[in-house]
Structures are given as C-alpha cells and as structure tokens.
Write a protein that binds this ligand. Structure first.
Ligand SMILES: [Zn+2]
Length: 269
C-alpha cells in the first residue's frame, strides 16, 4: 500500500477532478456528499492509514477513502491511454488523466467512501498502530492484551494496521512462529523475532512493489502449497482457518507438525 501511495501522490494532485464516477454500486459505499461534489476540486495528495488510502481535497472539505481489500487495484492512466471497460470506480482529471479502480473478483469487496474530514476521522479511529515501524515493546503490549492466535491477530486491523493474510503468512514464516501460537505464550525473544520479521518483511514487500514486482515474485510462502520452503526445502503446507487459507512451513514454524483443521481437532495448535 505504501508503494502505491508514493506512486499516486503526485499524479492525483496535478489537476482538479473533471468528472467523478462512474462507480459500481457495490464499490461506492456513501451517497452523501454526492460523488459530483468532487468535481472542480483538486486533491492534496495521497495519505495512507493501514490498508486504506486517503485522498483529501486541498480545500479541506472532503476526503476520498479507498480500501482495495484483496483484489482491488488502482491505476493511473495518462491522457488517451486505454483503460478497463467497466472499472469499479473512476475519476477523470482535467488534462485527460484518469484514476481507475478495478477488481478482478466475482464478489466486489473493495470500497470507496466520500466523506467529510470529521467522518473520515471517525472511520479511522478504531485502527491500531501501523505495522511498519512498530517496535518489540509496542508489539509485546498488543500481543499480551489477550490470548489470541497469531495469524488472525496480525490481520486484525484494530490491533495492528496494515497486514493482510498474505503478509501474515510471510511474517510468521520469517519469524519461525506457528500461525496458531497463542500471542500470550510468546517469550520476549520470540516477540523480538516477530517485530523484526514484521518490519523486515514489510520493508521487503515495499521495495519489491516499488520496482513493480508481481505477487509471484514477492511472496515466498503465501500461495506456495507444495513448493519447497526457501529456507529448509520442506514442502509448504496449508490449513483453512476462519475462511482464510494459511500457508506455513511445518519444519521452520511448527516443529515438524502438520496443523489440523481446528473444527476437527480443537486441542491442537
Ligand atoms: Zn522451512
């Protein structure tokens, strides 16, 4: 997300909005203020909060909030450049450039909200601290608050902002921790390892994204079922948990144990 933010920042603020929309009915989440209220206004740039991108107008009246979820993609098109036929959301700028949001998924999950600055503040108030830059002391406090399994805890935006399911897989592998380990069971040394892995993995992802790397090149554990672990060569395993598929290395992360579906075997972790 940070890589996207940097790429978009200058381009969205270069010209005022000429036409706001069209927007897919499932994508645009607000109707008041109307989307047309953006027309004639210029964005100040792009800010990021967790996985959300914020585009405040330079008059301080409105904020466009974008959440791409898993499959949403934002793209800036130059004047005359061909884009998708039916984007989930589009903004045309004076001068001819366009910002388009596409979502290549049957179920539309990405969202766009047009809000007043107060409403945007409200919307973001429940977000936890940013993952990138979080140190071991701050992470330790979050982990010890409640006994929770690490994978869902890392993905919980109220606890820590900015980690999705793919990066939770990458981070836990780098930290050599089980996705099912309980947050309150971690030793100080393990908390430090997790904080270091979180920062190193997110920084690695940011650098690769800025160079335009594909998911395939970026992820080393996520979506790699059966492929050899890049550290030890053991085939990567997967387990379904709460509608998510978790990928992990049984050798590096779970002491050689293969995790069982929790619905089948409640005691295992
Ligand atoms: Zn391994």
């Amino acid at each position: 997300m940070e890589a996207w933010r940097r790429q978009l920042n200058d381009r969205v603020s270069a010209f005022p909005v000429a036409k706001a929309g069209p927007a897919h009915i499932a994508t645009l989440k607000t109707f008041d203020p109307p989307l047309a209220a953006l027309e004639g206004r210029r964005f100040r740039g792009v800010e990021r909060r967790g996985k959300r991108l914020l585009l405040p107008t330079d008059d301080g009246e409105l904020v466009l909030l974008v959440h791409l979820m898993t499959a949403g993609r934002l793209k800036m098109l130059g004047a005359g450049e061909a884009g998708p036929k039916t984007p989930a959301f589009a903004l045309a700028f004076e001068g001819g450039s366009k910002l388009v949001l596409t979502e290549n998924a049957r179920k539309k999950r990405a969202g766009v909200w047009l809000l007043t600055p107060e409403a945007a503040q409200e919307e973001l108030a429940h977000l936890g601290p940013e993952a990138l830059g979080l140190d071991a002391a701050a992470l330790g406090e979050i982990l010890r608050r409640d006994a929770r399994r690490l994978h869902p805890l890392l993905r919980d935006q109220r606890a820590i902002a900015g980690i999705g399911r793919a990066w939770a897989n990458e981070i836990l592998h780098a930290a050599r921790l089980s996705p099912y380990a309980l947050s309150t069971d971690l030793s100080d040394e393990e908390v430090e390892r997790l904080a270091a892995a979180m920062n190193e993995e997110l920084a690695r992802g940011l650098e690769l994204r800025e160079r335009g790397a594909s998911d395939e090149k970026t992820y080393r554990v996520h979506n790699r079922l059966g492929e050899p672990c890049h550290v030890c060569g053991t085939p990567i395993a997967q387990i379904d948990f709460e509608e998510h598929t978790i990928y992990y290395c049984p050798e590096c992360q779970t002491g050689g144990r293969v995790l069982k579906d929790r619905r089948m075997s409640r005691l295992l972790r």
